[in-house]
Design a protein around this ligand. Structure first.
Ligand code: NAP
Length: 305
């Protein structure tokens, strides 16, 4: 029987592990398939306090991991296949293996939706990004494109005009899904232009290892064109990784875990941190902050048992 199990190995899970380990709870952290989370998809992180020269996303995760292990976190590789939250102790299953725990911290994150092109995956972190707040700065005075027609895409496009010379929004229909107010702001911005009924066929140039342009396909006419850009922001939404928990604790309308009063979920003894409960801020530092909260809340819960 464990005191605490943490599911997820991004900044939220690793910070929860660090705090739980230092509280002598000997936490077990189960990594998940996307070990390290979304930071593994970025290159330079310049907005994590304490690294004034910036740090590579994977290096930041490696540091956090080593720090959590230094105080006694046990990290195991593997993907949780089921959790049972209906009664104490909670049960966490990894295939045929099973673990019991008094407290559970959920840090399974959210995954940025991607278009699914091999070139998009290859150039991720090398001109392709899913986070304007993280990477916009690298595109000062450069032309870039944003894919998507929702509020996220408009928000990112507007934010990116602070840096980029020109922002082209690529949307697969001729009507935006974004709220009227965000649409109005985007339409009024002289640096933003729109390509309608447009799908991305390819990101160039995999051979050079950097983004030099995108190949576009008009889905009405079938016509293919090329647009020279140095950056591509994919803003087609995020999916919270909550499939394992559906029906067992409260999720909001978009599938995110509802955490209130600190990191508490609707099930006593189960805590949530990071992007799995946050579709607003989605930053490494806020994920780490809520990871700390989840560990402190779990520690107090265990003390009170
Ligand atoms: P969203 O509303 O689901 O919009 C996703 C957009 O991406 C849609 O325009 C969709 O096109 C497009 N898309 C999806 N899959 C695609 C694909 N495979 N290829 C090309 N395009 C694709 O997601 P979101 O913009 O991230 O917003 C999520 C929620 O957060 C919404 O409720 C939103 O209002 C909220 N939000 C609010 C704010 C704000 O108020 N400041 C900011 C961000 C997000 P279609 O339109 O054709 O489906």
């Amino acid at each position: 029987m464990r005191d605490v199990i943490i599911i997820g190995s991004g900044p939220a899970g690793l910070t929860a592990a660090l705090y739980a380990a230092r509280a002598n709870l000997a936490p077990l952290l189960i990594e998940g398939l996307e070990s390290g989370g979304q930071l593994m998809l970025t290159t330079m992180v310049e907005n994590f306090p304490g690294y004034r020269g910036g740090i590579m996303g994977p290096d930041l995760i490696a540091e956090m991991r080593a720090q959590a292990e230094r105080f006694g976190t046990e990290i195991i590789n593997g993907d949780v296949t089921a959790v049972e939250l209906g009664s104490q102790p909670f049960i966490v299953r990894l295939g045929t293996a099973m673990q019991e725990t008094k407290a559970l911290i959920l840090a399974t994150g959210a995954s940025a939706r991607l278009l699914g092109l091999p070139s998009e995956r290859t150039l991720m972190g090398h001109g392709v990004s899913t986070c304007a707040t993280c990477d916009g700065y690298f595109f000062r005075d450069k032309p870039i494109a944003v894919v998507g027609g929702g509020d996220s895409a408009m928000e990112e496009a507007i934010f990116l005009t602070k840096f980029a010379s020109q922002v082209t929004v690529l949307h697969r229909r001729e009507q935006l899904r974004a709220s009227k107010i965000m649409q109005d702001k985007a339409f009024a911005n002289p640096k933003i232009t729109f390509e309608w009924n447009t799908e991305l066929a390819e990101v160039k140039d995999v051979d050079q290892g950097v983004v030099t342009g995108v190949v576009l396909r008009n889905n009405k006419t079938g016509e293919t064109t090329e647009l020279a850009v140095e950056g591509l922001f994919v803003a087609i939404g995020h999916t919270p990784n909550t499939g394992l928990f559906a029906g067992q604790l409260d999720l909001d309308a978009n599938g995110y875990i509802v955490a209130a009063d600190g990191a508490r979920t609707s099930v006593r003894g189960v805590f949530a941190c990071g992007d799995v409960q946050d579709h607003v801020y989605r930053q490494a530092i806020t994920a780490a902050g809520t990871g700390c909260m989840a560990a402190i809340d779990a520690e107090r819960y265990l003390e009170a048992l």
